[in-house]
Design a protein around this ligand. Structure first.
Ligand code: P5A
Ligand code: ZN
Length: 500
C-alpha cells in the first residue's frame, strides 16, 4: 500500500518459490524487511524509536490485545485510563523507582512559551500516576482486592539500540495492570495468577515461554521481586515478553495507600503490577514466520481466509466462479470469520505470494474445474497442505483446519524451543550454548557468584526458573542441580542467555 520496500514486486508475477525476503536464518534482516513487506509496522516516522501501525498491523494488534482483554476481564480485572502526564513531585516520591527510570524520562517543561511551574513527566510506566488516585479510592478492606488495568502508550528514552516492536521509545501498546491487596501473601498469590494469565495469553498465540524469578539486581525498580516471562527468538537471543512484580507495601508507604482492616486499624496495602507490550506481536511474528513471510495464528490474523477466484474462462463461467466465491465468503462471514475475496486484476500466483507473505492462515481457490466437481481448493499457510474439499463442507473444513493449525504451530514452536535449552556445568559451556538459546547451570544463589558468572561469560542471568503447568509440556521443566561454577557449593538451576 504505502510501503516503499521494493514496490516493483507489486507489478511482477511472483510465485511461492521466489521470495523477496532474506531467509529467516538471517533473522535481523528478515524481521525488519518482513515488518515493512507485510505492512505490520512503518518505521519511517521521523523520530527515532517511534513507529506507525498501518491498518494491517493495527488489525493484528487489535486481535492480539482483545485476547489479553478477554483474559483479564474474565479474571475480574477492570479497565480504566489514567493521564499521560505525571507531575514531578509525584514521580519523585519513590526513591528506587526514580533511580530506575530517571535516565529514561521525557519531560514536558513548557506550556507554549511559558515555563511550567512544575515539570511533567511523560509516563514511562504509570505507578506514580495511578497510586495517588488509589490513595483516594481505597478506604476499607471491602475495597480490596482492587484489580485495574489500562492499555496505553508510554515513553522511555531508551539509550540501547532501538528496534521496532522490541525496544521502542514510544511503547504504543503498554498493557499495565495494578492491583491492591490486604497483605503480602495475597499479593504474592496474585503475582502467580498474573503469570498464569500471561502463559495462557501466549499459548493462544502459540508462543512458547519460560518463567523465572529475576535476580535481585535485575528486578523492577521499587519491587520486592520480579517474575519474568521470556521467549527465545530465532537468533537464539531471549526476549522478555512480560513481567509481574510484587511491590509489597513499598509504594503504599510512599503514596499512603492504607485501608481500615476488620479491627478498625489503618494498615498499608500490598500491591502488584504486571505488564506486556507490543513485544508480544514481535514474538508471535518471530516464532512462526518462515522464508516466505508471516505465518499468523488463525485467532489473530487480520484476514483468516482469503478466497482467490480463478477466472480465465468465458464470461458465464467467470460469473459462476465469482458467485461461488461470494457465497463461500458469506457463509464463512456468518460464522464470524474474517474473510476476503481478492478479485483484483493480478495473476493468481501474485495473489498467492502476497497473502502468504502476510501470513493469512487459509486460502481457498475456486476455479471452473473445481465448480464442476462442486469442490474448492483449501490451502494451509503453515504446512502448504493443499486439499480439494466439497463446497458443502467448507464451514467444517475451515474450522477444523484453523484448530489444527493452532495446535500444530504450538507443537512445532515448543519443539524448536526445547531444542534451544541446554544443560551446562561449566561457564565455557554456558558461553558456547548461549549463542543458540538458554543455558541452564547450577548457582549457589550468592550475589557475588551470580555477578561473576555474568561478568566472566558476558551472558545475562535470567533467574531461577519457576515451575508451572504449561511449562511442564516442555523439556524446560527441570534439570538436576549441581555445583556453583564459582564457589563449588551446592546450587539451584538458573537460566542464562543473551538477551534483547
Ligand atoms: C509492570 C507494568 C513495568 O513497567 N509497571 C507497570 C511495570 N514493568 S517493565 O518490566 O518495565 O515493563 C513491562 C514489559 O514491557 C516491555 N518493555 C518494552 N517493550 C517495548 N519497548 C520498550 N522500550 C520496552 N520496555 C519494556 C517488556 O516486555 C517488559 O517486560
Ligand atoms: Zn557460588
Amino acid at each position: 500500500m504505502f510501503m516503499s520496500v521494493r514496490p516493483e514486486f507489486n507489478h511482477m508475477e511472483k510465485n511461492a518459490q521466489q521470495s523477496a525476503l532474506p531467509p529467516k536464518s538471517e533473522f535481523s534482516e528478515w524481521y525488519h524487511e518482513l515488518l515493512a513487506a507485510a505492512e505490520i509496522l512503518d518505521v519511517r516516522y521521523p523520530v527515532k524509536g517511534l513507529c506507525v501501525w498501518p491498518p494491517f498491523g493495527f488489525s493484528l494488534r487489535k486481535n492480539v490485545y482483545s485476547i489479553i482483554r478477554e483474559l483479564l476481564d474474565k479474571d475480574q480485572h477492570e479497565e480504566a485510563m489514567f493521564p499521560l502526564l505525571i507531575p514531578e513531585n509525584e514521580f519523585m516520591k519513590e526513591a528506587e523507582h526514580i533511580k530506575g527510570f530517571e535516565d529514561e524520562v521525557y519531560w514536558v517543561t513548557h506550556g507554549g512559551t511559558t515555563p511550567l511551574e512544575m515539570k511533567l513527566a511523560l509516563r514511562p510506566t504509570s505507578e506514580t500516576a495511578i497510586y495517588p488516585m488509589y490513595k483516594l479510592w481505597i478506604r476499607s478492606h471491602a475495597d480490596l482486592p482492587l484489580k485495574v488495568y489500562q492499555i496505553v502508550n508510554t515513553f522511555r528514552y531508551e539509550t540501547k539500540h532501538t528496534r521496532p516492536l522490541i525496544r521502542l521509545r514510544e511503547i504504543t501498546s503498554f498493557k499495565e495492570a495494578h492491583t491492591v491487596h490486604t497483605d503480602w501473601e495475597d499479593a504474592a498469590k496474585h503475582v502467580d495468577r498474573a503469570i498464569e494469565i500471561y502463559q495462557e495469553f501466549y499459548r493462544r498465540l502459540a508462543v512458547p515461554t519460560i518463567v523465572s524469578k529475576r535476580p535481585d539486581w535485575d528486578k523492577f525498580p521499587g519491587a520486592d521481586y520480579t517474575l519474568a516471562v521470556d521467549t527465545i527468538m530465532p537468533d537464539g537471543r531471549v526476549l522478555q515478553i512480560g513481567t509481574a512484580h510484587h511491590l509489597a507495601d513499598n509504594f503504599a508507604k510512599t503514596f499512603e495507600i492504607t485501608y481500615e482492616d476488620a479491627d478498625g486499624e489503618q494498615v498499608y496495602a500490598h500491591q502488584t503490577c504486571y505488564g506486556i507490550s507490543e513485544r508480544c506481536v514481535a514474538a508471535t511474528i518471530s516464532a512462526h514466520g518462515d522464508d516466505r513471510g508471516l505465518v499468523l495464528p488463525p485467532e489473530v490474523a487480520p484476514v483468516q481466509v482469503v478466497i482467490i477466484p480463478i477466472v480465465f474462462g468465458n464470461r458465464d463461467t467467470n460469473r459462476a466462479v465469482l458467485d461461488a466465491c461470494a457465497s463461500v465468503r458469506d457463509t464463512l462471514t456468518r460464522d464470524g470469520l474474517r474473510v476476503k475475496i481478492d478479485d483484483s486484476d493480478e495473476r493468481p500466483g501474485a495473489k498467492y505470494y502476497r497473502w502468504e507473505q502476510k501470513g493469512i492462515p487459509l486460502r481457498i481457490e475456486i476455479g471452473p474445474r473445481d465448480l464442476e466437481k462442486n469442490s474448492v481448493m483449501l490451502v494451509r499457510r503453515d504446512t502448504s497442505e493443499k486439499r480439494s474439499i466439497a463446497i458443502d463442507s467448507v464451514e467444517r473444513e475451515v474450522a477444523d483446519s484453523m484448530d489444527a493449525m493452532h495446535g500444530d504451530m504450538l507443537r512445532s514452536a515448543l519443539q524448536e524451543f526445547d531444542s534451544r535449552i541446554f544443560d551446562c556445568t561449566t561457564l565455557d559451556e554456558v558461553r558456547e550454548n548461549a549463542a543458540h538459546g538458554i543455558a541452564r547451570i547450577p548457582w549457589c544463589l550468592g550475589y557475588d557468584c551470580g555477578r561473576e558468572m555474568e561478568e566472566v561469560t558476558g551472558i545475562r542471568m535470567l533467574g531461577v526458573p519457576v515451575e508451572s503447568q504449561l511449562q511442564s509440556q516442555t523439556r524446560a521443566k527441570s534439570a538436576s542441580a549441581g555445583r556453583c561454577p564459582i564457589c563449588g557449593r551446592e546450587g539451584t538451576t538458573v537460566l542464562m542467555a543473551r538477551t534483547y
